[in-house]
Design a protein around this ligand. Structure first.
Ligand code: HEM
Length: 476
């Protein structure tokens, strides 16, 4: 068996665990691979679930891309949940859980049931995004004059999701408005849960210490149980939210669409969709603030395609090619899930010419792949560290590997909604406000650690309403 090479330094019990540094995607996976290496060396980690198989927790590079693109019914696509034991079915399984029944192997891709659900999800998402971005709501969420903080940007991106999934308002009604927050109490509560729990569930070594099976090392289990109790049994609505759609399907197939499944699916979507989307908007705004020329170009495009007499909406996005390039370039440089979700081989297989035994945990490091310039002798990305949206113009990046939403059967089901939400949120910010950096200092672009690769230093910027948009905003 030709196992991927391992770096030196493994010690008993911990294997390579002590070598892992934060943020994981940027450090642990770069133990200097040989030039043109097809696969990063594999880190060995403590045994999982008592099986005598070393966990390979590693970024897969270069040649491995082909293997990963092959029919992903392949063993690697399985991604069995690594944390099933601890984060139980009902709440807060977030993106870490097994897929809901219609996304599991039992219902093969393309079966009528899967297509049916997919169609409803997309329709529900469109409905939610459209409703959420109704002009009257958006006006209240605009950053106040002066300083805009990451929180305001997040609220803007979060709203369509909350609306699409549960018809839950993210914005406080005018009558209840106070000066501290625009968020509705439900939105605040949800945000609090995400903020509290995400740093824990994204911990890397928590997964791998056998001792955590007996002790709740970080108090995570208790936290999740407490939050589950607090959140109750889910939010139901008669309107066409995703949850309402699933409840309709429940009537047709009650054994599949159980209450438990719907509750878990709802929290999965919330968990997987909010931070990723809002983080992407925050990274994009940060990049634009550091590249004012690009910001101006995007604004000119919006002015030409949308005008100044109304706000941008989702229907405008197909005509805003440059804005879409900005989003693609942001996701290339700062993919919200830099290691995708953990995949696990369900059978022995080969990746990049190496044998990968069954039950090996495999992390695909798209962060590194997206910044790779050394595949074969041809440069993959020119100046990969630079923000150049033009590289996506006119399909120029076609054939290059960009997979911020993953690939195969476990690919992100929220991709269309995410691109729409990010597009409208970012487009509105560009269209309505003049932006500048605080004290003229470059926005700090360091990456923090966490499942959705947050910024280490939350974005703070100065904004001023554009005169040309003043009337439009006044009428909201
Ligand atoms: C910019 C925003 C987003 C990014 C970058 C993103 C990225 C990803 C990635 C990389 C995966 C794992 C794919 C893999 O392992 O191959 C994933 C899974 C998932 N995403 Fe997203 N996502 C985003 C937004 C959303 C939204 C808006 C939703 C839902 C409303 C969503 C729902 C999910 C779910 C449920 C999964 C788990 C799928 C499964 O386990 O089969 N995501 N996402």
């Amino acid at each position: 068996m030709r196992l991927p090479p391992s770096p030196p330094g493994a010690i008993p019990f911990l294997a390579h665990l002590h070598l892992i540094k934060k943020p994981f995607h940027a450090h642990a996976v770069r133990p200097r691979p040989a030039p043109r290496a097809r696969l990063h060396p594999a880190l060995r980690l403590p045994r999982r679930r008592g099986r005598d198989i070393p966990g390979v927790r590693q970024g897969v590079l270069h040649g491995a891309r082909r293997d990963l693109r092959q029919p992903l019914a392949a063993p690697l696509a399985e991604a069995r949940d690594l944390r099933r034991r601890r984060v139980r079915h009902r709440q807060l399984r977030a993106a870490l859980a097994r897929p809901p029944p219609h996304r599991r192997g039992a219902a093969p891709l393309g079966t009528p049931r899967r297509r049916h659900v997919g169609r409803h999800l997309r329709r529900g998402a469109r409905h939610g995004a459209a409703a959420a971005l109704r002009d009257d709501d958006r006006g209240r969420r605009r950053p106040r004059a002066g300083r805009a903080e990451a929180q305001a940007v997040r609220g803007l991106a979060q709203h369509p999701l909350m609306e699409a999934i549960a018809e839950t308002k993210a914005v406080r009604p005018e009558s209840d408005a106070d000066d501290d927050t625009d968020m509705s109490p439900e939105a605040q509560e949800f945000k609090q849960v995400i903020d509290e729990v995400f740093p824990y569930v994204s911990s890397v070594w928590w997964d791998y210490l056998p001792v955590q099976r007996w002790f709740d090392v970080f108090g995570v289990r208790n936290k999740i149980l407490a939050e589950r109790r607090r959140m109750g049994d889910g939010v139901y609505s008669e309107k066409k939210s995703l949850i309402a759609v699933l409840l309709t399907l429940q009537k047709l197939e009650p054994e599949v669409y159980t209450d438990t499944m719907i509750t878990a699916f709802g929290s999965n979507l919330f968990g997987a969709g909010t931070e990723t989307t809002s983080t992407t908007v925050e990274w994009a705004m940060s990049l634009l603030l550091n590249n004012p020329g690009t910001l101006e170009k995007a604004r000119a495009e919006i002015d030409a395609a949308v005008g100044r007499s109304r706000l941008i909406n989702a229907g405008d996005l197909p005509r805003l090619g440059y804005l879409r390039c900005i989003i693609a370039e942001t996701l290339r440089l700062y993919p919200a899930a830099p290691l995708l979700l953990p995949h696990e081989s369900s059978a022995d297989c080969k990746v990049g010419g190496y044998d990968v035994p069954r039950s090996t945990a495999l992390l695909v490091n798209v962060y590194v792949i997206h910044r790779d310039c050394s595949w074969r002798s041809t440069a993959l990305w020119e100046e990969p560290g630079r923000f150049v949206p033009e590289r996506f113009k006119g399909g120029k990046a076609e054939g290059l590997f960009v997979a911020p939403f993953g690939m195969g059967r476990r690919k992100c089901p929220g991709e269309a909604l995410a691109l729409q939400t990010v597009g409208v949120a970012l487009g509105s910010l560009i269209q309505c406000f003049h932006w500048s950096r605080v004290d003229g200092v470059d926005v700090d672009m360091s990456e923090g650690s966490g499942l959705s690769m947050p910024k280490a230093v939350p974005l703070e910027a100065l904004c001023r309403t554009r005169e040309a948009m003043y009337d439009v905003l006044q009428k909201l």
